[in-house]
Design a protein around this ligand. Sequence first.
Ligand SMILES: Cc1cc2nc3c(=O)[nH]c(=O)nc-3n(C[C@H](O)[C@H](O)[C@H](O)COP(=O)(O)O)c2cc1C
Length: 203
Amino acid sequence: MRSKEVLEVIGSRVSIRRFRQDPIPDDVVKTIVWAATRAPTAGARENWFFVVIRSEELRKKVHELLIEAHITYAKEIAKMSSDRIEKWKKSMEDGMYLAPLYIAVYIDLNRLSSGGTRNSSEAEFIMEVQSAAAAIENAILAAWSFGVGSVWLGAPLLIEEKFRELMSVSREYKLMGILALGYPLEVPSPRRRKPVDDVTKII
Ligand SMILES: Cc1cc2nc3c(=O)[nH]c(=O)nc-3n(C[C@H](O)[C@H](O)[C@H](O)COP(=O)(O)O)c2cc1C
């Protein structure tokens, strides 16, 4: 891919929260995960693990947990009014976040470079988190290059244990985020960003 195409993908990408339910072809799913693994990775450790959820039964359960996660976020973090929460809940029950594909991204706490778990240095832990974030963004951009929309979901971290149980993932793994992916039902215009000059200092 030439750089112009990369910039077009970056510039047109938006978070998609409503999806068509038709499946994404196997080779596209594989390429999305491959793109994630091409991200830079601290210490070349490739300390990531992807749980790809395609089965209808599990997707429905993931969706139920996503509703719970977002309501928890609305109450505990965003402190939304009960009216707003009710509206959001209804949108979610009507299909928001229901996707034909979910990819949960984990890091293995036992594979930090020091070999430690929660006692590892903060810097090291941050680098593992950043590596996973780079993988997530690569997956998002690769998906968008195929017309597959996605949204990066952090709210699941608030009820990580419930997702862990559903996906049968061991406690050594820490959830970094979940991607919901699918062909978009609608594509909103890209959200505005602060002008580059406002967030840059040139010295
Ligand atoms: C770390 C992270 C966590 C996010 N968590 C959520 C989430 O839980 N639910 C959600 O609807 N969007 C989530 N988003 C998507 C943001 O809301 C979205 O990127 C932002 O509103 C900007 O919109 P855009 O992606 O369309 O440019 C998350 C994004 C990031 C980077």
